[in-house]
Design a protein around this ligand. Structure first.
Ligand code: SF4
Length: 73
């Protein structure tokens, strides 16, 4: 979810069912700004605030990883 204006390009912004601005996703659910070859953010300098505070290795991060591991097993 885009809570502040960090300069995310308009073409990467979608609207959720409640009318909020969110990062657009591809059909498989991955963020549209992710370079799938390098697994790096293509808009790193302008990434959303929530992406900036999401701590690598945090409980939330590990939970997301576990869910992804389940999906791609
Ligand atoms: S940090 Fe990840 S989730 Fe956030 S905009 Fe970049 S690719 Fe998307």
């Amino acid at each position: 979810m885009l809570l502040t204006d960090t300069g995310v390009p308009e073409r990467y912004i979608d609207t959720d069912e409640w009318g909020g601005d969110v990062m657009a996703r591809l059909d498989d659910g991955w963020c549209i700004a992710l370079d799938r070859d390098t697994m790096r953010c293509t808009i790193y300098e302008n990434r959303p605030w929530v992406c900036r505070i999401f701590e690598e290795g945090s409980p939330e991060c590990l939970e997301e990883r576990e869910q992804l591991a389940t999906i791609y097993r």
